[in-house]
Design a protein. Sequence first.
Length: 286
Amino acid sequence: MNGDEKELKVSFLSKKEYACPVCETTFHREELLSGGGRLIASALTDELHRLYEPSAKYGELYPLAYQAVVCPECWFASMDADFSVLPEKNRELAVKDRGRRIEDTRSVFPGVDFHEPRNLVSGAASQYLTLRCYDFYGKETSPTIKQGLAALRAAWLLDDLDKKRPRQHYDWLALLFRKKAQYFYNEAISREQAGQETLSGIKSFGPDTDKNYAYEGMLYLCAYLRYKYGPSDNSAQRTASLEDARRTIAKMFGMGKSSKDKPGPLLEHAREIYDAINKELKENDA
């Protein structure tokens, strides 16, 4: 993604030095330069993913490819805020997993090299590794919802890969990661309600980098992902899943001071998915 000419540079290495909590390698993280007309915001998708128009000067840029912090040696990965706070009791587990996570990642994303500038392939791989490595974190860091975020972001980058390299099964992988996101999002809510895992360990619910749609945005995505990618083979399970999704959306409408205090785009998307769920449930009852 780096341009050959200095004026076309799109990323830089941060001054901050990172020390891997697993293998102790030190490195500098690559970050995206966002000014100078590099990012031209476009539509917001139903998944609250911000699309960007290609820049005439810089071409297509993918902010999510740079979000995860990945050790270039052992491929341990997480969100920036959590990279240095891996619980010591789980460090040995992460050490033992090194060979397998590298092998598994390369089997899905051949040719990945985290010593090189990020691109779509390594960006998607970084989100996969993030999803995987949150297994080594404790409940105080809210790992489940972060795994959901990583799965969803991986799916978005895989969508872009599929456009660039069609017929290479990236569309199938994107669907798989969306189904994983559906599981993790709803599991996070379930664990919170059962008192098993807090959500206070996440600073921004995203899901993208341009705006934080907060807890309400997470509730919306729980319902949306369940509607789109939840159980579908068994009609009774499908109905129960949709009814739960509808309750989640209704809970979202009931939060806060009033609907006018909520982000307009989020409300619009929430109303649309609520109506779609109601329509399908009525058709099922007919």
